[in-house]
Design a protein around this ligand. Structure first.
Ligand code: UD1
Ligand code: CA
Length: 455
């Protein structure tokens, strides 16, 4: 049986540089929090137990961690990364497998990369550190190696000029058996430049015990740690670049990739086409051969095979579009099921509705779904034809194949096959225009003459 995997996610930091009321690990990248990214990374890499270390003041992080199903450990006060992991010891309990330490502010690491770190432990390593070649090593800890052994991690503040010249850096991700990890952490001291307990010191301590330490090489693009808003924007950009590439690799046509924005869970089948300037919020799936024209905003929506969307459509959560549906310009849809081949081509709002197959919704149609207190459902059955500028006051049902005349305010159900006219009847007054012009012209003349006299 393979070794069990657990992870400790460090999230107790103060996030001062974000200048935010919220902890930095709650800020979203690709539509979900950085903490959710790291959680998903761990789970995908086969981690079955996750403990999140939070500060006393981080009620918001704690709530997010609990909603993600993580166990919580409190670190108060914050005395460094080594101290933070020690605070998770009780929560880890008598777990005997491999334990990884992850930072909640480093959202872009790929599951395969973390799997490589665990993989090193399955080989002959006792402790494995994820490293990368940094373009600008700046304040990162430096990995001091000899052959394929990792000798030590030296923090920038403690490093000699010679060590500072090393560009092989510590990502922060580290793994060892839980036993090794805690036995070494007990012996870490705060006798250093920052007066903190450094997690990184365990490498030298474990080597002193005769353990083997290795560095696993990763790619710098995955290692970005977010401390500020510019960092957050860089992480978002890196995520979008990755997603665009993956979409195209899997057979999706992107008209102008850098103007299309995805969420962490966007799913698009091959041979779908996405026009320029389209934004996908969370919860969107698009089936094969669908075509999304430019300038659409889409979230919480499933789009069926061969559907045509936009340009300028807004699809909100709860929208389900069946095969070959058409949604045109300036159409907003929310919480509505639209059956096969139905069309809503122009300038409409469809909310809380169920439309059958082959329905035609005319321009300017509005479902009046809200009475100020409750939402109500509009049902339009197969093959019905809704005339332009119709207001459908829900709850209301339009029967199969029924016709609604244009401009109706429909408050009552319409039976199958009927024509509903829900507007004032037209009155024509013969010769009215000529009489009108004559009287108005005469009045205008009189008023002009009056003005001329008085000056
Ligand atoms: C750390 C590493 C450094 C590495 C860098 C990568 C140490 C001593 N240094 O430095 O080698 O190159 O990350 O980004 O580990 N945290 C707590 N409690 C604490 C302190 C920190 O939970 O008491 C959390 C923070 O919220 C953050 C993470 O640990 O998520 C890293 O802390 P940070 O202070 O940013 O470490 P660095 O100085 O960047
Ligand atoms: Ca950091």
């Amino acid at each position: 049986m393979s070794t069990q995997r657990a992870a400790v996610i460090l999230a107790a930091g103060k996030s001062t540089r974000m200048k935010s009321k919220y902890s930095k690990v709650l800020h979203p990248v690709g539509g979900r929090s950085m903490l959710a990214w790291v959680t998903s990374l761990a789970r995908t890499a086969g981690v079955t137990r996750i403990i999140c270390v939070v500060g006393d003041g981080n009620a918001d992080v704690r709530a997010e961690a609990e909603s993600l199903g993580l166990d919580i450990a409190i670190q108060e006060p914050q005395r460094g990364t080594g101290h933070a992991v020690l605070c998770a010891r009780d929560a880890v309990g008598n777990f005997e497998g491999d334990l990884a330490v992850l930072y909640a502010d480093t959202p872009l690491i790929e599951p395969d990369t973390l799997a490589n770190v665990f993989g090193a432990l399955a080989g002959d390593a006792d402790v494995a550190v994820l490293g990368f070649e940094a373009e600008d090593p700046a304040a990162y800890g430096r990995l001091i190696t000899e052959g394929d052994n990792l000798l030590a991690i030296v923090e920038a503040k403690e490093a000699t000029p010679e060590q500072l010249a090393v560009s092989f850096c510590n990502s922060g991700v580290m793994a060892a058996s839980a036993q090794h990890m805690f036995s070494a952490l007990e012996r870490v001291t705060d006798n250093n430049a920052k007066g903190e307990y450094y997690l990184t010191d365990i490498v030298e301590i474990l080597r002193g015990d005769g353990c083997r330490a290795v560095a696993v090489m990763g790619d710098e693009t995955e290692m970005l740690g977010v401390n500020s808003r510019p960092d957050l924007a860089m992480a978002e950009e890196a995520f979008q670049t990755r997603m665009r590439y993956r979409m195209m690799e899997s057979g999706v046509t992107l008209q102008d990739p850098k103007t299309i924005y995805f969420s962490f869970d966007t799913e698009i089948e091959n041979d779908a086409t996405v026009g320029a300037n389209v934004v996908f919020g969370p919860g969107v799936s698009v089936a094969a051969h669908a075509h999304i024209h430019p300038f659409c905003h889409i979230e919480g929506t499933s789009i069926g095979e061969g559907a045509q969307i936009g340009p300028f459509a807004r699809l909100r959560p709860g929208t389900e579009l069946a095969q070959n549906t058409k949604v045109g310009n300036f159409v907003e849809i929310k919480k509505a099921k639209i059956g096969k081949g139905s069309k809503i081509n122009h300038l409409s709002y469809i909310g809380d509705a169920v439309l059958g197959e082959g329905v035609n919704v005319g321009a300017g149609t509005i479902t009046c779904n809200y009475d100020g207190y409750f939402k109500h459902v509009t049902t339009i059955k197969d093959g019905a034809f809704v005339g332009t500028n119709s207001s459908l006051v829900a709850p209301v049902t339009i029967g199969k194949g029924a016709f609604l005349g244009s401009g109706g305010v429909v408050t009552n159900d319409v039976p199958e096959g009927a024509l509903a006219l829900a507007r004032a009847e037209q009155v024509n007054k013969e010769g009215w225009a000529e009489r009108y012009h004559k009287t108005q012209k005469t009045r205008k003349e009189k008023s002009r003459n009056g003005k001329g006299k008085s000056t």
